[in-house]
Design a protein around this ligand. Sequence first.
Ligand SMILES: C[C@](O)(CO)[C@H](O)COP(=O)(O)OP(=O)(O)OC[C@H]1O[C@@H](n2ccc(N)nc2=O)[C@H](O)[C@@H]1O
Ligand SMILES: Nc1ncnc2c1ncn2[C@@H]1O[C@H](COP(=O)(O)OP(=O)(O)OP(=O)(O)O)[C@@H](O)[C@H]1O
Length: 316
Amino acid sequence: MADVTVRAPAKINLHLEVLGLRPDGYHELAMVMQSIDLADSLVLRASADAMIRLHCDNADLPTDGTNLIVKAADLLRSRVGLPELGVEITLHKRIPIGAGLAGGSSDGAAALVGLDALWGLGLGTERLHGLAAKLGSDMPFCLQGGTQLCFGRGERLEPVPQQQVAERAVLLLKHPQASVSTPWAYGRCRELRGDFYLESETDFEQRRQALRHGPLLAALAAPGPLPPLRNDLQSVVAPEVESVRSGLDLLRLGPEALAVAMSGSGPSLYALYPDLAAAEAARITLAGELDALGFASWCCRCGGSGVSLVTDGSPP
Ligand SMILES: C[C@](O)(CO)[C@H](O)COP(=O)(O)OP(=O)(O)OC[C@H]1O[C@@H](n2ccc(N)nc2=O)[C@H](O)[C@@H]1O
Ligand SMILES: Nc1ncnc2c1ncn2[C@@H]1O[C@H](COP(=O)(O)OP(=O)(O)OP(=O)(O)O)[C@@H](O)[C@H]1O
């Protein structure tokens, strides 16, 4: 079997609304998520020794059973009842770790898709969706990608057709020393909200309808500015993480952006621009301040897809 190469794109959250607390301890969410073309890549090679081996070019990332790639491979192998299946995976890491960009989730989704192909399991995306949801709330989105409304824990997806999403690009910032625990961010949100949570499914559905038919999706369909973006975790994280505050201020005061927000539970921040050239021009304008504040930065297109097999022989 020839090697299988898979791309694992990152995501940003265009809307992140915490609706309430679920009986399972997770939060009921209403989100809009968008793939971007900053991506990790995985090269998978079948092995005959029933081992799952992972190598990564970023030494900061564990390659043991805590890695979502290894977790995905283990879960898939046990689900199909073939413990003798083995694989050697090489991960080329480009997405900053623990940044709010679902890099780990996307790698896990890429492992599911790549192993389904490598091991010839023929499960397909629907069956893989259920496995992804077990591995993490963001992982189902990472499988599908594009622009999606995400409800439930984040695993209930409603695609926004690509023709209803105008071209845009992002200038993405992350401070190398900053990190945010996602469980902490949700727990802190709960503390600050007190009992101001919606409780009934009727209330949840009313908020979902408001997002489906609200100003954000209407604005996404056409070029131009967006309404102020909502991320309920941003108001929790910003007071506690200086680089989130300084990054948001810098992006707001810099060249006019279509919108500025934190992604996911942070600490990455982004500004949306009409296209890649505008994002790159903004990065050049802000280069002095970005260096002075120690930010790493990326310019990426808002992409149209999630995890994808690389079949054109392009380098991983
Ligand atoms: C912040 C986001 O990235 C926004 O896209 C996601 O909500 C988090 O997605 P994720 O990292 O895949 O989250 P998981 O790995 O499933 O959960 C990590 C932790 O985040 C909290 N969590 C996550 C999702 C959710 N709907 N409610 C939660 O309270 C829980 O404490 C959970 O133990
Ligand atoms: N392949 C992987 N790549 C990156 N992180 C991984 C991976 N496997 C496991 N992890 C662990 O998962 C944690 C969260 O990873 P991930 O990159 O998905 O979070 P994130 O970027 O904060 O995204 P989000 O907040 O949207 O979940 C990391 O801090 C890391 O410890």
